[in-house]
Design a protein around this ligand. Structure first.
Ligand code: HAM
Length: 426
């Protein structure tokens, strides 16, 4: 097939027939985030490459292998965002948002780009809904953030998603843990995969996350970060857990969760499901207390999450979750001849101004073909306008499902009349 008629590998069109599913998720996520005091932010699709190298971390797969990076016409290195957090931190700093009342709570819908091997549930362009909170130091904020994800999943009537949490401590306790990990893995050094051999010195925690069979078998008996947390980090984690308990949110502590991005400190969490293709994680997040400073701001704590919308929809489809019904045509007004079609166009305009989804003929079809079209687009009601209707200022409103007909005046206040009739029927 000619390449101009085929979307690039790892991308997917979101077709009109499926878009109601996206609208369901987007409106639930946005309205629930707003009940927590979040406000929407939009940041650019591309940023300077250095932002992600510094922000996401240059030992991560995302930065080392997966970024869509290119030079623009002035030779500047530009990268399509692989995730949303770094851009939001940059925008908050650049626009002085961190000088406003804290905590600052932001949410976003964003497309992300990662050059990964495409599989079911793993795309090269995918969409995230994310939340970032700044200046909330208390562990109650961590629990509240997790609770927000929980609320969204509950609202969407998802049942099979499980929450796993962990603490990866602060740089102080992590240094001791790194030493213990290095010591443990040294006995297997020769057998590790090439990527893990490289990471052993720079970022040994990432070895716990390696998907290769041999490395994951070594991970099973590796030391646990939870045995190395300093007192402050242990207290923080204990309060996160007790707050989740008091919110009635069930979770499992999984000391193997390390997350794939470098910025995390303390709490990390993942919501996992069995039925989102080959990938288990629907939503991931955690605290990142050093990131704002790393990107050039003052020391302000941060925490957030992002959920993959494609993966979420896979789970919703598999669980048969309900969606808000697709928005279809309320009323189709057919014309028996060109003059009547022009009149119908005027009526349709009035209905649209009133907020109805209304259509009339713009093709030049016969009356029969117009009614066939009204059927195809699932119009709830139809009306035929001809010379008689125009002269008498009355037409028949037909309920397309029941076949019932009702005389309606098409004179003054036409849209108001239709509105009151449809309200009565509903
Ligand atoms: P992440 O775990 O890399 O975290 O991605 C979050 C979610 O995006 C994943 O759980 C998954 O649902 C979805 N996702 C990731 N990669 C793909 C892919 N190739 N195809 C389809 N879906 C994918 C982050 O991005 C962090 N920025 C989350 C965060 C926000 N942490 C703190 N604040």
């Amino acid at each position: 097939m000619d390449i101009i008629t085929k979307a690039p590998r790892g991308t997917a069109d979101k077709l009109p027939s499926e878009i109601y599913k996206w609208h369901t998720v987007q409106s639930a996520a946005a309205s629930i985030a707003e009940t927590y005091g979040c406000r929407e932010i939009k940041t650019p699709t591309f940023e300077h490459t250095e932002l992600f190298q510094r922000g996401v971390g240059d030992t991560t797969d995302v930065v080392q292998k997966e970024m869509y990076t290119f030079n623009d016409k002035k030779g500047r290195s530009i990268t399509l965002r692989p995730e949303g957090t770094a851009g939001v931190v940059r925008a908050a700093l650049e626009n002085g948002l961190l000088n406003e009342a804290l905590p600052l709570k932001l949410y976003y819908f964003t497309n992300c780009f990662r050059y990964e091997a495409p599989q079911s549930g793993r795309l090269r362009e995918f969409n995230q809904f994310g939340v970032e909170v700044f200046g909330a130091d208390s562990p109650i904020a961590d629990a509240e953030l997790i609770c927000m994800v929980n609320d969204i999943f509950e609202f969407l009537q998802l049942k099979g998603i499980k929450l796993e949490i962990n603490s990866i401590g602060c740089p102080k306790c992590r240094a001791k843990y790194y030493d213990a990990l290095k010591e443990y893995y040294r006995q297997y050094e020769e057998q590790l995969c090439d990527t893990c051999k490289e990471r052993l010195e720079r970022n040994p925690m990432r070895l716990l996350d390696c998907k290769s069979e041999i490395c994951s078998s070594f991970a099973k008996n590796a030391p646990s970060i939870l045995d190395y947390l300093c007192e402050d980090c242990a207290d923080h984690f204990a309060t996160v857990k007790s707050t989740l308990d008091s919110m009635n949110i069930s979770y499992t502590v999984n000391p193997r969760i390390v997350r794939g991005l470098d910025y995390y400190t303390n709490t990390v969490f993942e919501f996992v499901a069995d039925n989102c293709g080959t990938q288990g994680t629907v939503c991931g997040g955690g605290r990142y207390n050093g990131l704002v400073e790393e990107i050039g701001g003052k020391s302000v704590s941060g925490l957030g999450f992002a959920m993959g919308i494609e993966r979420l929809l896979m789970v919703m489809d598999a669980e048969n979750c309900p969606y808000d019904p697709p928005k279809e045509c309320d009323l189709y007004i057919a014309g028996t001849d060109p003059n009547s079609s022009a009149y119908a166009a005027g009526l349709v305009r009035q209905l649209r101004k009133f907020g109805f989804r209304a259509e009339s003929d713009v093709v030049g079809r016969s009356l029969k073909a117009q009614m066939k079209y009204a059927d195809k687009i699932n119009a709830r009601f139809s009306m035929v306008i001809g010379e008689n209707e125009i002269n008498s200022k009355t037409a028949q409103l037909k309920n397309m499902k029941t076949g019932e007909k009702l005389n309606v005046s098409i004179g003054d206040n036409f849209a108001e009349k239709i509105n009151s009739i449809l309200m009565d029927i509903e």
